[in-house]
Design a protein around this ligand. Structure first.
Ligand SMILES: Cc1cc2nc3c(=O)[nH]c(=O)nc-3n(C[C@H](O)[C@H](O)[C@H](O)COP(=O)(O)OP(=O)(O)OC[C@H]3O[C@@H](n4cnc5c(N)ncnc54)[C@H](O)[C@@H]3O)c2cc1C
Ligand SMILES: Cc1cc2nc3c(=O)[nH]c(=O)nc-3n(C[C@H](O)[C@H](O)[C@H](O)COP(=O)(O)O)c2cc1C
Length: 804
């Protein structure tokens, strides 16, 4: 958005004419970067405007240290206000490297492109710009009550920071969500000038301390120390911080202790506090950003964890978009609506990345067993925005080094490395997860099942799993699901396996399930939801709780019924083995019968199958034991779980780990780590790779191989997950429905031609990526002098120019 809005603001500025939406009198609350930059741009676009900025602090009051920008934000600023851009870029510290200091080693990745400057210099430049444009900035002047401002001005811009009083005043409209996070951090500077963005992870007996440091001038660096709450207490910081410093003062004792602990990274330099104390990061979200003619901007509207860049960047982008919207829209009301519509998706996307990043740091201890190379790669890809491919494009030598440290043969992307599960050799790390077709008319696998599984087997994945298949008639999820309880079904599956085998060596697996209270529905419609069948069958569950108010209540299963379920699973496993499947997956997730026993939300039993986790594990372990006996030794047995219910009171992370430990002890060869679908009132934070952290947690805690699944759709993401050791296999579902040859196409796109990607012989002529529509266009040379390519590694400060 920024470049677009910047261009629009710039065009309007050169035209100099006020837009039709011109709010003639604007009040801005707060002279932070957001408020000042908006005031300058809005005045620039319509000089006749009367803009008053209220700021409770003094003009010279200096808080904070460096702020850091990406190239994208800088493009926007450059176009919108070249004068501000020239002033700030003259002061930038610029570099391209990220150093990761971990376990006594430093790993450096280049090619990133950062620019930082002193937050107070940025404010001073914006202050001067406002003064030249005759914006009325009133320092040491707390804003009048917002209601009064709203009555007196055409527009009130609330840029009053993370603790915004305006947001609180109209909380009913804005509906703020303030998510205070688990780590403590303290914002400091140092007179050690770091040469690059530097992450330090230092382990102590109390736990790990992490530092986010970057230079912002030739004399200073920002130095943020962060630590998990429990480690913070073990380190004794709670005692040091017990005496609350007065407003504007710092927690000097904690600063001294940080300097002692991190002396090895400071090389005799000081830590410099400025009103610094331990705080917890709060992610601010608002359901709405505007209330009549009052609008939130910057930290008041949203915050994003400091580990992915500063809030200043978002505040400046907001300012740009709001000024541009006022210029473009016919009324203030429409301008505010357009501003929110434009900014919200950008902010939410940044917040998703920030959330992944902050959670990564909160759970850092999980990865401190990794070697320095993998740890650095894991850290750099933590937000899921930076990937294997983007790092390779920026610094190929760095990715090669990580690949080599991971034992990968040179030139083989991580997804194309083989894996042995049990005695089964998988040619690569991509799995087609169970994808039910809901096409069975008679509980037999359908023609479409055969076509889909053949297509996926030809498509190059290392393992293809057939969709949920019921172990008994009443265990079906829908009346269009196949089963495996009869001889007829067994021979139909055998025939299907033989058909696929005749054209592809790809291993085939089958998912077995009893759908429990999720049974007896119609096949899902376009909304993905299957409604209860009018003439369904009696449902079985841990407890008599219907899926939702529109669903029939299930019966709480008796001990005898559970014994029968265990037998049904074992019998179906034997049939699956005879049908020739290479792998078996048990559906212990998604609210199906066994899943319903695991989750405290759906298991309210008081017998030996309910209560504490050890009891809730009874049925799953009985099923697993029976299947392990029935299923041939050596053939992999996978279990799918819902590692989290996304609802209060559901399965916790420690419980998910304990469940997987028990599954490992019970003979499972790998866990397919899904989440949710356990209760209808779940609230999952859908987004790119959102379930992967659970696969990483379980893998690290149990040593059991994991399959990551859920919104992993690009080969780049798959490679990132695998190389960072977040999982051993990656399941790609809907993207392989979109393109059943997804794996082979991924090989072609990466130029990989080895044994990890087996093109079917008859299709080998198509194994190279076809030329695109413009392939026959050859670009002429347009530059007299070629710019030398930017060096991969740029450090700060730049070396003095040497003799030519
Ligand atoms: C003290 C401090 C230090 C920071 N240090 C850094 C740093 O070193 N690096 C970094 O990247 N980010 C830092 N940040 C965060 C970053 O500056 C913010 O994300 C960014 O400034 C957001 O800009 P903003 O304009 O939305 O809010 P802010 O910069 O927080 O500005 C809000 C302004 O509103 C004023 N205000 C609030 N209420 C009223 C009122 N009722 N009347 C009048 N004025 C009011 C405040 O005094 C403040 O000046 C810091 C923030 C603060 C507050
Ligand atoms: C059409 C369809 C059918 C599915 N069928 C099953 C199934 O039978 N069993 C199961 O455990 N998950 C099933 N799933 C869930 C997928 O296995 C997978 O976990 C989910 O689609 C998330 O992965 P994705 O984001 O890569 O699609 C199904 C998903 C889709 C879209």
């Amino acid at each position: 958005m920024t470049a677009g809005a910047g261009a629009r603001a710039a065009t309007a500025a050169t035209e100099g004419a006020p837009g039709p939406a011109t709010a003639r009198r604007i009040a801005v609350i707060g002279a932070g970067p957001g408020g000042l930059y908006f005031a300058a741009l809005a005045k620039q676009l319509a000089p006749h405007r009367e803009i008053t900025v209220f700021e409770r602090d003094g003009r010279e009051d200096a808080f904070g240290f460096g702020v850091v920008f990406s190239d994208e934000t800088l493009d926007g600023i450059a176009q919108a206000d070249p004068e501000v851009f020239a002033a700030i870029s003259a002061e930038f510290a610029r570099w391209s490297d990220i150093d990761v200091r971990y376990a006594g080693r430093v790993r450096t990745c280049g090619g990133h492109g950062f620019a930082a400057l002193d937050r107070n210099r940025l404010r001073a430049i914006l202050q001067q710009r406002c003064e030249r444009l005759a914006v009325d900035v009133r320092y040491r002047t707390p804003a009048p009550p917002v209601g009064r401002l709203a009555a007196d001005y055409d527009l009130v811009v609330a840029a009053d920071g993370i603790h915004s009083a305006t947001r609180a005043a109209y909380a009913d409209t804005f509906r703020p969500d303030l998510d205070e996070r688990h780590c403590r951090y303290i914002w400091l500077a140092t007179d050690k000038v770091f040469e690059a963005f530097t992450f330090i992870v230092e382990r102590f007996d109390f736990g790990a301390l992490q530092v986010h440091a970057y230079p912002y001038s030739t004399t200073r660096s920002t130095f943020i120390v962060e630590i998990a709450e429990a480690a913070w207490r073990r380190a004794g910081f709670d005692a040091l911080a017990a005496t609350e410093p007065a407003r504007g003062e710092s927690d000097e004792a904690s600063v001294r202790r940080c300097a002692e602990l991190l002396a090895g990274h400071l090389d005799g330099h000081r830590l410099i506090p400025n009103a610094s104390r331990w705080i917890r990061f709060t992610t601010v979200r608002n359901a709405r950003w505007r209330h009549r003619n009052v609008v939130l901007l910057g930290d008041a509207a949203h915050s994003a964890h400091f580990s992915i860049g500063s809030g200043t960047k978002l505040a400046l982008e907001d300012a740009l978009a709001l000024a541009a919207s006022l210029r473009e829209q016919p009324s203030v009301d429409e301008a505010l609506a357009a501003y929110e519509a434009e900014r919200r998706p950008v902010v939410e996307s940044t917040q998703r990345a920030a959330q992944a990043s902050l959670e990564w740091f909160e759970t850092l201890e999980r990865r401190t067993g990794q070697d320095a190379d993998r740890f650095a790669f894991n850290l750099l890809t933590r937000s899921r925005r930076v990937t294997y491919g983007s790092l390779r494009a920026r610094d190929p030598a760095f990715v090669d080094a990580v690949d080599t440290a991971a034992g990968g043969p040179p030139g083989v992307p991580p997804m194309f490395r083989p894996l042995k599960l049990g005695t089964l050799e998988l040619a690569n790390r991509i799995v087609v997860p169970p994808l039910a077709t809901f096409t069975s008319a008679d509980t037999l696998p359908s023609g479409f099942d055969r076509a889909q599984l053949t297509a996926h087997a030809l498509g190059g994945a290392g393992l293809v799993l057939a969709g949920m298949t019921a172990v008994s008639p009443e265990g079906r999820a829908t009346d269009r699901c196949p089963g495996l309880w009869s001889d007829r079904q067994e021979s139909a599956w055998r025939e299907l396996v033989d058909t696929v085998r005749a054209v592809s060596p790809t291993p085939l697996g089958l998912q077995l399930t009893h759908a429990g209270r999720r049974g007896a529905t119609a096949a899902p419609g376009p909304d993905g939801i299957g409604r209860p069948l009018a003439d369904g069958w009696p449902l079985l569950a841990a407890s008599p709780l219907p899926w939702d108010p529109g669903s029939p209540p299930p019966h709480a299963a008796s001990a005898a019924q559970l014994a029968a379920v265990v037998d049904d699973f074992a019998a179906a496993a034997e049939r699956a083995a005879r049908a020739g499947f290479d792998a078996l997956e048990l559906q212990f997730g998604h609210g199906h019968l066994v899943s319903g026993f695991l989750s405290p939300l759906t298991n309210h039993r008081t017998d030996r199958y309910g209560g504490p986790l050890a009891h809730r594990l009874c049925l799953p372990l009985e099923v697993l034991a029976a299947v392990r006996t029935a299923w041939p030794a050596g053939r992999p047995l996978l279990v799918r779980i819902s590692a989290c219910d996304w609802a209060p009171g559901g399965t916790t992370e420690p419980e998910a780990v304990a469940i997987c430990r028990a599954l490992a002890d019970g003979g499972a060869d790998a866990v397919d780590v899904s989440t949710g679908e356990v209760v209808a009132h779940q609230r999952p934070p859908y987004g790119r790779g959102y379930q992967t952290p659970f696969a990483e947690l379980i893998r690290a805690a149990t040593g059991l191989p994991t399959i990551a699944v859920g919104a992993i759709s690009g080969h780049d993401d798959a490679n990132s997950v695998l190389l960072a050791e977040r999982a051993d296999l990656v399941a790609v579902g809907r993207a392989q429905l979109y393109d059943p040859l997804w794996t082979l196409h991924a090989a072609a796109e990466q130029g990989y031609t080895g044994p990890g990607a087996r093109w079917p012989g008859p299709w080998s002529a198509g194994s190279r990526r076809p030329p695109g529509p413009n392939a026959d266009r050859v670009a002429p040379r347009l530059h007299l002098r070629r710019e030398p390519p930017a060096p991969v590694h740029r450090r700060w400060p730049p070396p003095p120019p040497g003799p030519r």
